[in-house]
Design a protein around this ligand. Structure first.
Ligand SMILES: Cc1ncc(COP(=O)(O)O)c(C=O)c1O
Length: 414
């Protein structure tokens, strides 16, 4: 161990751990394992050919520009395309409101840098996206957790939590990672009204919004916020910073996402991004623009939806077929995940080890809580996007063997 370095690490690095999921997933790389662990999109739907053609076009038509340094804000035509796309969902934004980032993960880090002083309290859902907790932890965030149910964040518990003093709220309204649940329209309104009443900004993280498999589109918080504010003062973008990404619609390897915010907020984040990486890869932005344009993104998203809907249905079907009746799970209307709840007294870490012995993997629920994770002890997150339907059927059968064993062991221990 090189102590000369350790004694020089900055305060903010103390207590920072590698993501439990990334560590777990290393164990699940064996080819015989069916993994429901990672949040991986299906590689079989990546538009490889379209990327190949786009790379060729960019290099032959504007190679020098695409290989040069670029503006921190991002490639203008891409920002304009994103702004036009947002308008279709009622989000009124100009290119000046859009900042391109290297994945939404970088957006979360920049937001942490922008908003969090050591000890500031951030309101999060319980469970919530582990990567956000990791990003905010570096800046010394403390958390106030509000539980979710099938209709998302339980807004009835929100006001007392807000009153306990929070800097901002981090919310995943659509097909939440990890629970797969969606914030109902009624609760979205309540959230916006409370945020406005107490002057608490919202960070709305929406990587999965386009991947809806059933039910009607629900307006994002950034739209409801605007409608709410317009009554008084005509703002276009107000209390909400909105995030989305190409990771789940095109491909995660391109690391391309965007922040939508009022112009003054964008200007401040641009300064922070300059210090972080100057700008997101110019070449990748040019290529993504060529890939997405002329309606390709829309038609590709249709295909992704169709493939993932089939996989979600395969998983729901297999769960009904194999799992014991004491176990329950969410019915995600979109996204990549569903959330399984075991009876009281089950230990999801022990279940994880038992599942590995059956050559199947998932992520134990405790990883997704801001506290010590005790609430997650009887939950598991299952990803359905990455495996083919036949593998899903077989994986859930294997998992049911481990689940039944654990339930018997828990029963005998009583
Ligand atoms: C809720 C949420 N936010 C952000 C991210 C990070 O996305 P990106 O690949 O754009 O960094 C993910 C990825 O799984 C996610 O689920």
């Amino acid at each position: 161990m090189s102590t000369i370095w350790m004694s020089r690490y900055a305060q903010r690095t103390l207590g920072i751990k590698s993501s439990a999921i990334r560590e777990l997933l290393k164990v699940t790389q064996r080819p015989e394992i069916i993994s429901f662990g990672g949040g991986l999109p299906a590689p079989d739907v990546f538009p490889v050919k379209r990327f190949e053609e786009a790379c060729h076009k960019v290099l032959t038509e504007r190679g020098a520009q695409a290989l040069q340094y670029g503006a921190t804000e991002g490639y203008e035509p891409l920002r304009e395309m994103i702004a036009r796309n947002l308008a279709r969902y009622g989000i009124v934004a100009k290119a000046e409101n859009v900042l391109i980032t290297s994945g939404s993960q970088q957006a979360l880090d920049l937001i942490g840098k922008l908003l969090i002083n050591r000890g500031d309290r951030v309101l999060v859902e319980a469970p919530t996206y582990l990567g956000a907790l990791q990003a905010f932890n570096v800046y010394g965030a403390q958390y106030v957790s509000v539980p979710v149910d099938e209709d998302g964040l339980i807004t009835e518990q929100l006001e007392s939590c807000i009153r306990s003093g929070v800097k901002f709220m981090y919310v995943l309204p659509n097909f939440q990672n990890p629970a797969g649940v969606t914030l109902s329209e009624g609760r979205r309104h309540q959230l916006i009204v409370l945020a406005d009443k107490y002057g608490i900004p919202i960070v709305e993280d929406d990587p999965y919004g386009k991947l809806r498999y059933e039910g009607e589109h629900i307006p994002p918080l950034v739209v409801l916020d605007r409608e709410n504010l317009r009554r008084d003062n005509g703002f276009t973008l107000g209390n909400v910073i909105y995030l989305s990404t190409f990771s789940k619609t095109l491909a995660p390897g391109i690391r391309l996402a965007w922040i939508v915010a009022p112009e003054d907020v964008i200007s401040k984040i641009v300064q922070l991004k300059q210090a972080a990486d100057l700008h997101t890869s110019t070449f990748t932005q040019h290529v993504a623009y060529e890939v997405a344009r002329d309606g390709f993104l829309d038609s590709h998203v249709k295909l992704v939806r169709q493939v993932y809907r089939e996989r979600r249905d395969a998983m729901l079907h297999a769960l009904r077929e194999y799992f014991p009746h004491e176990v329950t799970w969410t019915h995600p209307k979109g996204g990549l995940f569903l959330w399984v709840t075991m009876p009281e007294g089950t230990d999801s870490q022990a279940l994880f080890r038992a599942a590995l012995a059956e050559d199947v993997a998932f992520v134990p629920g405790d990883s997704f809580y801001a506290g010590n994770g005790a609430e997650g002890g009887r939950h598991m997150r299952l990803n359905f996007s990455h495996s083919q339907p036949e593998a899903i059927q077989e994986g859930i059968r294997r998992l049911s063997v481990a689940v039944k064993m654990q339930l018997r062991a828990a029963h005998m221990a009583r």
